[in-house]
Design a protein around this ligand. Structure first.
Ligand code: LLP
Length: 440
């Protein structure tokens, strides 16, 4: 077990987060329950901002809302002075509802609908990352019509794909995102955007090489590739990019073995890679944008579950089933993601037995954790799964018609419900009433 942020084991030998006893939280708010350490989220936002201000003052941090975005989170991000990256009309709407300043919002997406683009233009979002030639054509049409002139970046595929422990570099990346480095469309798009200056304000380029990345080398490579590209653009078209957005991707600790670089080291390293690439290409320092998602919220989240059925399969394994699973955390089933957990009501006790944590979905793949060592587990125990702050609530669903859990921000001994638990009534809210049918 490793504890992050404000987590600790209290005098009752229970897990505490934000000064709140998790056993009491579960009793009061029910399970499954997402508990988010507000202090840690804020601290991560500040660490990013401070690190960038120190190493690259001409920079800005945009929180990637896809990791976890609800109204309260958007408001927090705004209070902490970060910008926000959104990828859909729904995320944009959430941000606006939270009073997020539109000029601090950046819109992404590989297949933005006309409505989404119009919505962004009408709100006056600060930046649109254009993903394809046809999107650019549509945007030109819409900006002409609405007489808005959005700032745009073009998303580039730098041919580098990074994951936790490795990365690959290919000349031509096979991905649905962005413009290929050498594609004809890329050059056509740059020329068209420059030509249609009164409709769009092309400022530079964007790339995102992956997520849950532990190594700095692929970022360094991406910086080098992007500067090479920007230098080529300058040479061929005379356009000097003034903004470079390097996306997100810094990994977090899901398990004790995970050792990502710190936020400070990551930012410092990227900043110096950008500075040296600029010198190497004799390029003026661009504004540097980063879009971290997971590394801001991931470790701040814990999911609490109530243990139900315990099943021993002799010689095979012992299953402890909990009252949630793939509906509230799809990551183990989808990516074979590995999580750590403790019994929150027995957090001070020695782990002695190996168990598998099963979810409650009618799906044999709904195993939250294949192997975890716990104190003797009993029905009614409270299981706390760590590092569920990113891509869990955001990817949650209602499979088997299970209502989605509530989300709490906890801080200084107080719990604030930022998303209430869904009810059965919520589940049928969109269903149309059954038509009365006459008997024949
Ligand atoms: N910017 C762009 C353009 C992105 O596509 C992403 C993530 C981010 C920023 C934020 O990346 P982060 O800092 O969170 O790594 N559902 C997957 C992760 C998908 C990430 C998609 N893009 C998971 O649960 O692991």
């Amino acid at each position: 077990m490793f504890l992050t942020g404000t987590m600790r084991i209290n005098d009752k030998q229970r897990l505490e987060i934000g000064g709140c006893d998790t056993v009491e939280l579960a009793e009061k708010f029910g399970t499954p329950l997402y508990v988010m350490d507000e202090v840690l989220i804020r601290e991560n936002c500040r660490r990013y901002r401070k690190a960038l201000a120190e190493s690259y003052p001409l920079g800005e941090i945009f929180y990637a809302g896809k990791a976890f975005l609800v109204t309260a989170m958007a408001a927090l991000v705004n209070e902490e002075g970060l910008g926000l990256d959104v990828v859909s009309g729904g995320e944009l709407f959430t941000a606006i509802k939270a009073g997020f300043p539109p000029e601090q919002i950046c819109l992404h997406g590989n297949n933005k609908s006309r409505e989404e683009v119009l919505q962004a233009l009408q709100y006056g979002v600060g930046r649109i990352v254009v993903d394809s030639f046809s999107e650019l054509e549509e945007l030109l049409f819409l900006s002409g019509k609405t007489r808005k002139r959005p700032v745009i970046l073009l998303r580039i595929r730098p041919g580098i794909e990074a994951h936790t422990h490795n990365y690959i570099q290919t000349g031509q990346e096979d991905s649905k995102f962005g413009f290929g480095l050498q594609d004809e469309d890329t050059w056509k798009a740059i020329r068209l955007a420059l030509q249609e200056k009164e409709k769009v304000d092309l400022r530079g380029f964007h790339c995102h090489i992956g997520s849950q990345i532990f190594h700095i080398a692929p970022f360094e490579l991406a910086v080098d590739v992007m500067f090479g590209f920007m230098a080529e653009v300058r040479e061929k078209t005379g356009f000097t990019a003034s903004q470079l957005d390097l996306g997100g991707g810094l990994g977090i600790r899901y398990t004790k073995e995970d050792m990502p670089p710190s936020i400070e080291d990551f930012v410092k390293f990227i900043s110096s890679a950008v500075k040296s690439a600029a010198v190497k290409r004799n390029f003026p320092l661009p504004q540097l944008l980063l879009e971290p998602g997971r590394s801001i919220v991931g470790e701040a989240g814990v999911t609490l579950y109530r243990v139900g059925v315990i099943k021993d399969i002799p010689g095979v394994r012992r299953y402890a089933a909990v009252d949630g699973g793939m509906a509230d955390n799809i990551r183990p089933a989808l990516y074979q993601a590995v999580y750590e957990a403790v019994l929150a009501n027995k957090a001070g006790e020695e782990p002695v037995e190996k168990v598998a944590i099963a979810g409650k979905a009618c799906e044999s793949g709904d195993i939250l954790i294949r192997e975890v060592f716990l104190p003797p587990v009993k029905k009614g125990d409270l299981l706390a799964v760590f590092a569920t702050g990113a891509y869990c609530y955001a990817m949650a669903g209602n499979y088997n018609r299970n209502p989605r859990p509530a989300v709490l921000f906890v801080r200084d001994g107080k719990a604030n419900v930022i998303v209430r638990r869904e009810t059965y009534e919520d589940l049928v809210r969109l269903d149309q009433p059954v038509q009365a049918r006459g008997k024949n």
